[in-house]
Write a protein that binds this ligand. Structure first.
Ligand SMILES: Cc1cc2nc3c(=O)[nH]c(=O)nc-3n(C[C@H](O)[C@H](O)[C@H](O)COP(=O)(O)O)c2cc1C
Length: 209
């Protein structure tokens, strides 16, 4: 089984990377391969809201001059996905947000259904939970299955690597990794044995009554 993890920090080996690594270590102990992709240092513009992806139904964003389409295919091939971001102004870091909006607009309506997905956040002081919730919105929208930990998946530190001193944060990531590996195994072992619920077409009411 394979997990693809997206590091939304501009820093290659900053605190978000370390948080992902802590989860990855537990996954790897259980035989799950983990690939970490560095998103935060790339040039990725935001969604154009052109709806070309919905019209073309070709698993592609119409903006084809960056890595987003390649990463969508990586998500398609993976059994599990980790979304990692540092907190920037109590929110997802900008480049990561641009990637997520475009990738999940393409992939979120069916492609990721019943894959396992988890979010992790690195923060100096506050804004961790709001950012965690924002990341989870992509997972929730896509009908993915979300493993949990024993607290919100937030780890504290400022300078790169400082999170390694956050003992509680480390436990949160460790427990998340163990639970994620277990859930992935449950999903894999359930295939062909436990019937999946049928997918419903989405109802769009725009709050018009
Ligand atoms: C532009 C910017 C905005 C930030 N905003 C916040 C914030 O709102 N709250 C906070 O506690 N830390 C904030 N930080 C600090 C980072 O979240 C923190 O240093 C984090 O560990 C960085 O993770 P990284 O090493 O993976 O980039 C900000 C950092 C930057 C560069």
């Amino acid at each position: 089984m394979k997990v693809v993890a997206f590091n939304g920090s501009p820093k290659k080996e900053g605190n978000t990377y370390h948080a992902i690594k802590m989860v990855a270590e537990e996954l790897e102990k259980e035989g799950v391969e983990v690939e970490i992709i560095h998103v935060g240092n790339k040039t990725i513009r935001g969604c154009l809201a052109c709806n070309a992806c919905a019209r073309n139904k070709n698993e592609k964003c119409i903006i084809d001059n960056d890595e987003v389409n390649e990463w969508i295919q990586k998500m398609k091939e993976a059994d599990g996905i980790i979304l990692g971001s540092p907190v920037h102004y109590s929110a997802i870091a900008g480049t990561m947000k641009s990637f997520l909006d475009r990738a999940f607009y393409v992939a979120g309506s069916g492609m990721l259904r019943h894959k396992v997905g988890a979010s992790v956040v690195a923060v100096r002081r506050s804004g961790g939970v709001t950012t965690f919730e924002q990341l989870n919105n992509y997972i929730n929208y896509s009908e993915m299955l979300m493993p949990t930990s024993n607290y919100w998946n937030v780890i504290h530190g400022a300078a790169p690597g400082e999170v390694i001193g956050d003992e509680e944060g480390k436990q949160i990531m460790r427990v998340l990794g163990k639970n994620m590996a277990w859930l992935m195994k449950l999903v894999q072992n359930g295939k062909g044995t436990v019937k999946e619920p049928e997918r419903e077409d989405k109802v769009f009411t725009n709050f018009i009554r």
